[in-house]
Design a protein around this ligand. Sequence first.
Ligand SMILES: Cn1cc(CCO)c2c3c(c(-c4ccccc4Cl)cc21)C(=O)NC3=O
Length: 290
Amino acid sequence: ALMLSRYESEFLELECIGVGEFGAVYKCVKRLDGCLYAIKRSRRPLAGSSNEQLALKEVYAHAVLGHHPHVVRYYSAWAEDHHMIIQNEYCDGGSLNDAILKKETQGELFSEAELKDLLLQVSMGLKYIHGSGLVHLDIKPSNIFICKRSGTSAAGEGESEEEDDGSASAAVIYKIGDLGHVTSTNSPQVEEGDSRFLASEVLQEDYSQLPKADIFALGLTMLLAAGAPPLPQNGDAWHSLRQGQLPELPQELSPPFKSLLQSLLDPDLTKRPTAKELCKHTVLREERTG
Ligand SMILES: Cn1cc(CCO)c2c3c(c(-c4ccccc4Cl)cc21)C(=O)NC3=O
């Protein structure tokens, strides 16, 4: 077009880093500040459609959530040329899903110490989201992004770690991303996330304690990071996972940590810990030995 779009004038597109039915995500440099950003460009939903509602909820969630070390940072969003555009922090380490697949192909496993670090960091992000009166509703490995310490993204390591992050700045920082299903805890308009990670109470439209659905999805995410086989999308295997029958893991975890992971997946949502309880759980807080 004769008039350069804001996207073209403000950013240099380096590569496409993701494609979905939603649209595409690009790794871009902002010409003005020279920093890297992840920019999602999706077809603008029909005015007044439910998809427009969803797209707006994503931007509202980012606006409400402000800054947290374990939530992907939002910078801007705008509409042009029949597209919705959202400009987020670029996480240079790929997604947790990429990291799990890489471990698998290399015949490696996350150690118990690495699993505890992952659970603690994502719990801090969830504590912040839940503390803001919101729920994520699509927690899963492909929505958790990784920043390696040497990140050159705009947010950078200059950000001081959340004061409740007792650990020194970790080698790897995990950030919760994709707020496309976020809704308010108290007046929920639930748009179900990935069925593989869906808690059974949400399928039955019991929205009384939605934060516990995020905890359940985090439990399944941890199972996958610990080496569990791919999750069922439906059927008997889907139900047995939600009746406490957990898959064998390819590594022996310490009994306290194993029972903590089982509590995240308890069929009785009142027995699942809150994100706040996870953040101060001794199993996750003890100094790593060796
Ligand atoms: C597919 N994909 C790959 C990446 C890079 C990981 O190293 C990525 C990012 C995001 C997103 C994203 C998700 C949902 C909404 C908006 C964005 Cl920009 C998607 C991403 C995002 O918000 N920040 C990212 O780094």
